[in-house]
Write a protein that binds this ligand. Structure first.
Ligand code: ADP
Ligand code: MG
Length: 357
């Protein structure tokens, strides 16, 4: 069902994205980054691709981070691997059980696997190399909270697998594109991953025609007749991020009322923004103010600075540059030069509307 709010898991459930699925499934690169805004469908695409290859291992970095209260320990990473290994299906599971019997610290009982305290992740990865695993790590930028050194031990593990385990492929997703790049630091001489080549798959919101088709198909599936006028108005309003289209579809299905459905989309977005702004505010109380400035059209450097001043905060230029750069890295904003000068824009139009409230 297209309007199912959970990430999709099989190719049949996924709307469009054939090209991107094939790019992931057929990639020969040891490392692929799957990048895109929140709700654009990264988790869905990752899960579908992992399902297609049958030796796919799914690791949710964001979940580990929140489950253990803002940190990722070796233990939680092991548990996540264990869970994923135990959800493999078919002959590959039997193959894996034969392989893992030889790995120190892994108990195999029938077709179920336990990573004991003395299991080492690099040896588990060596085992996974024998089944040619594709390892998908969702929202991988959270792994900068792995261990005590900004995730360096994880990068070292990744680099070691990259160099020595030629049958393993990694796919890393990230909503906070700049943060993920900063964390992996593939271009930084001091990073364990320095100089490794990788492929990038960038997931974009649907263009207008596909967004319309998405809603049409979604309503068709549930047997609801909805006029093109309503569908087009919805797309005009919320644009092409599938997560918001799903939200609209579900809500319209329930209420049959355009305004209520839009209001529900905004309500969800508001909840999201409230949570995220709270997180941002902990890092700097300027972030929410800057985002509001941009959403209200104070979108150039001087205007943003003046807006901050009008709210009683004077921010030195270098500091403002830094704050804007960070918001860009977190994919909240992007630069826009189409008018001939540098302006900033809130990337997600639904979020922009909510920030204007
Ligand atoms: P992300 O991981 O990028 O935040 P998700 O994969 O969680 O995005 O998708 C957000 C919502 O949109 C989910 O309800 C998901 O089912 C839906 N969705 C995303 N892409 C598609 C797609 N191509 N086809 C159908 N539903 C999709
Ligand atoms: Mg996701």
């Amino acid at each position: 069902m297209l309007f199912d709010p959970r990430p999709k898991k099989s190719r049949e459930e996924l709307f469009d994205r054939e090209k991107e699925i094939n790019a992931l499934v057929n990639s020969k690169e040891p490392l692929t980054l799957l990048l895109g805004l929140r709700r654009v469908g990264k988790s869905s695409l990752l899960r579908v691709a992992l399902n297609e290859v049958e030796n796919g291992i799914y690791i949710d970095a964001r979940k580990m981070y929140f489950d253990s209260g803002g940190w990722i320990t070796v233990e939680s990473l092991k548990r996540e691997f264990e869970k994923s290994l135990n959800s493999l299906k078919g002959p590959i599971r039997e193959h894996l059980s034969r392989v893992l019997k030889k790995v120190k610290g892994v108990s195999v009982s029938g077709l179920s696997f336990t990573l004991e305290n003395d299991a080492s992740l690099s040896e588990v990865l060596a085992g996974l190399n024998e089944i040619g695993a594709m390892i998908g790590i969702d929202e991988a930028q959270y792994l900068r909270f792995y261990g005590a050194r900004g995730g360096r031990e994880f990068l070292a593990l990744l680099a070691c697998a990259y160099d020595n385990l030629e049958n393993i492929r990694f796919v890393l997703t990230g909503s906070e594109v700049g943060l993920l790049h900063d964390f992996l630091a593939l271009e930084n001489y001091e990073s364990p991953l320095y100089g490794r080549s990788y492929e990038e798959v960038i997931l974009k919101p649907f263009p207008r025609e596909l967004s319309i088709e998405f809603l049409r198909q979604g309503f068709f599936e549930v047997g609801m007749t909805v006029s093109d006028e309503i569908i087009m108005r919805a797309v005009d309003y919320i644009d092409g991020i599938p997560g918001w289209l799903v939200e609209f579809g579900r809500s319209y299905l329930r209420t049959g009322d355009f305004d209520k459905a839009i209001e529900n989309v905004l309500k969800t977005a508001r909840g999201f923004v409230r949570g995220e702004l709270g997180e941002l505010e902990k890092r700097s109380p300027r972030y929410p103010v800057i985002l509001k400035a941009i959403a209200h059209g104070f979108d150039r450097w001087n205007l943003i600075r003046d807006y901050l001043l009008s709210k009683g905060t004077r921010v030195p230029n270098s500091r403002l540059a830094n704050l804007l750069r960070n918001l860009e890295k977190m994919s909240w904003i992007e630069k826009d030069f189409s008018s001939g000068e540098k302006r900033y824009r809130i990337v997600d139009p639904v979020i922009e509307r909510v920030l204007r409230d």
